[in-house]
Design a protein around this ligand. Structure first.
Ligand SMILES: [Zn+2]
Length: 83
């Protein structure tokens, strides 16, 4: 089992479908068992859809940093929610 940080590192490739089948499988299986990562994947997907139209030419550069900043934000929100 890989941990959440490794999954986040692979999200952009996962969404771009550029992972190897093995790595893709690992991420997929982690997400099925991890509420936090599946929630983040959903919002990441939404962000990409929202930004894709107008910012398609900006995405490759600095995309990783923005995604990470966004993930940190999501995580801190999720951690604050009572269970
Ligand atoms: Zn996770």
């Amino acid at each position: 089992m890989i941990d959440c940080k490794h999954v986040w590192d692979r999200f952009s490739e996962f969404l771009d479908d550029t992972l190897s089948p093995e790595a893709r499988d690992l991420v997929q299986r982690h997400i099925e068992h991890c509420e936090i990562c599946s929630a983040i994947l959903d919002s990441t997907r939404n962000i990409l859809i929202l930004t894709a139209d107008e910012r398609v030419f900006e995405l490759p550069m600095g995309f990783g940093e923005r995604l990470h900043a966004r993930l940190e934000e999501e995580i801190s929100v999720l951690r604050r929610e009572p269970h």
